[in-house]
Design a protein around this ligand. Sequence first.
Ligand code: RUQ
Ligand code: CUA
Length: 679
Amino acid sequence: MKNFQYIKMVFLIPLLVLAFTACDMSNKEQGQDPQVNDANVASTAQEIAEARGLSPDDITAALKTYMPTGKYDEYIMLSSGGQSGQVYVIGVPSMRLLKTIAVFTPEPWQGYGYGSKESMQLLKDGEMPIGENRELTWGDTHHPAISETNGDYDGEFLFIDDKANARVAVIDLRDFETKQIIKTPNVITDHGATFVTPNTEYVIQGSQYATPIPYYEYADLDEYKEKYRGMVTLFKFDRGKGRIDMSNSFQIELPPYWQDLCDAGKKVSEGWLVCGSLNSEMATGGIEDGNPPFEAGASQRDMDYLHLIDWKKAEKIVKEGKAKKINGFDVISLQTAVDDEILYLIPEPKSPHGADFSPDGNYIVVSGKLDTHVTVYGFDKITKAIQDKNYEGRDHYNVPILNFNDVKVAQVNIGLGPLHTQFDNKGNAYTSVFIESTMAKWKLGEPYNTGDDAWTLVEKIPVHYNIGHLVCAEGDTVDPDGKYCVALNKWSIDRFSPVGPLHPQNFQLIDISGDKMQLLYDMPFGIGEPHYVQMIKADKLKPWLIYPEIGFNPLTMSKDPNATMPGDEKTVRNGNNVDVYMTAIRSHFYPEHIRVKEGDNVTIHITSIEQARDATHGFAIDGYNINLSLEPGESSTVEFKADKPGVYPFYCSEFCSALHLEMAGYLLVEPKSGKTAKK
Ligand code: RUQ
Ligand code: CUA
């Protein structure tokens, strides 16, 4: 305590005076007289700090993360939600959760997957195309990618993959809603997804566990080398339409090496992409039969292969008609990839993971999960090796292997179990170190740093615990911001109040702006296991506050031709089909009675004619598992069969006004055998 008293004097008072000065100024700006004097604030704050046992570091951390009411965060994180199948939006530095974006999993608040035609269609588009389409109600989101222009985030779109079923989704960042879900043809799992090329020409998805291609054809494991394959898919993105254009997308067949994370080259390496791999042994497991388990079988060799792919040339090959069609989709065969020289392998040590291009595009940083080094390759050296055909050999599939020592620039000893790397604006790299539970800061070489300290470790900060990815502000673009990193920790162990055996993950905010890194804040994440996250400057996002016109359909991003406009409300019967044209505004639906007969097909076209910010209505029909969310201006459609006779109240499920409870109506489903309904 004595010690605390001393440091308190040294650190606390100037800090608090500073803090108070800021508060004093804002009071003056608002034309108020400050009611308290500096000394009072300082002594109150001292008392609070003492009572709570806060150290000076705690206090600076608190001042750096505290967001006064009504103030906005400087950065926004877009986080994968792992098994939740969703994406999460989080403010930095406050670490406040702002939103869930429903993607692969039904989400009732947003009326996603609970009857609205638009969301039902999206989820259906992602079904498995085997026999009877197989409904999927979850996803395993891993790597979000913000759309880029010239290698920098432009804040227009977000892409996210589903590792479990090899799917990708497109989210429009004007309304933060999912617009498209695609089941990737021919493959069943992915991992290296999603990554975008520098102008978002393509959204990249690398497969993970090799399977026979197409995956729903059978081949036994003893045919692994012949029949099983990896794949990288390049989804052509049509920015004008805001959709992936499948007719101009294609795949490249790869050896069955269990491709891992991918990344797209930028600047000097634009036009290339890389994907790591982890099972170049082509182990097939079978622990129960006395075979080495995958964990051993796939870790026998000291080196696996980083795949280097010339996507610009691949695009040309497809245009020349050299791709074959598998299930109607263009696939460049492994043979063509070798013959036409679009695929190269680079040895990468040891149980590799992560593959990240430096901001200038020249360096590729690869980690080894069972190594203590990150390995750095130079794109200039790679280009030269390819030109000189300087190969150390060819693999089983005749793919050329570049000479490791000739393309390697440096190996930096940073600690045991490095995974992923991000960058700042001062020539530093930051790597997550899983086994050690640290985040390591190290110096890049030329042109970033020229002295003796190039390619050396600068500092490590402990994290809690088992860090997977990390994210730094715009840290995977051509123009990183520095400022903040967040350690995305898999385990939280003792960091939070216990809530049963399933623990939350832990997002730890770290200030990287100074000479020494400082841990600022722990955010428990208890919704799923997030993998990768991207952090964008908030002012690059230009979201709508209400929909741009009344009757707007968020799926088509245009006015819905069937939207109900005020004055056009009506019910139209056509045989067994009943169309209800409905509007919603505080605090009523119009109409309030829906009269149908048992067995009728009912379609309700419902428009929120609200124009006020945040005036959202819900539309829930009790007993029918229906719930929609109608944001101001939005039009939505719900279709159902009135197969259960009875009287079903419907109501607004979003607390919108003082008379929200009165915002309700009745769906009257007259039984077939019953009396005639009132007209
Ligand atoms: S990788 S387990 Cu992003 Cu480190 Cu997926
Ligand atoms: Cu509208 Cu509650």
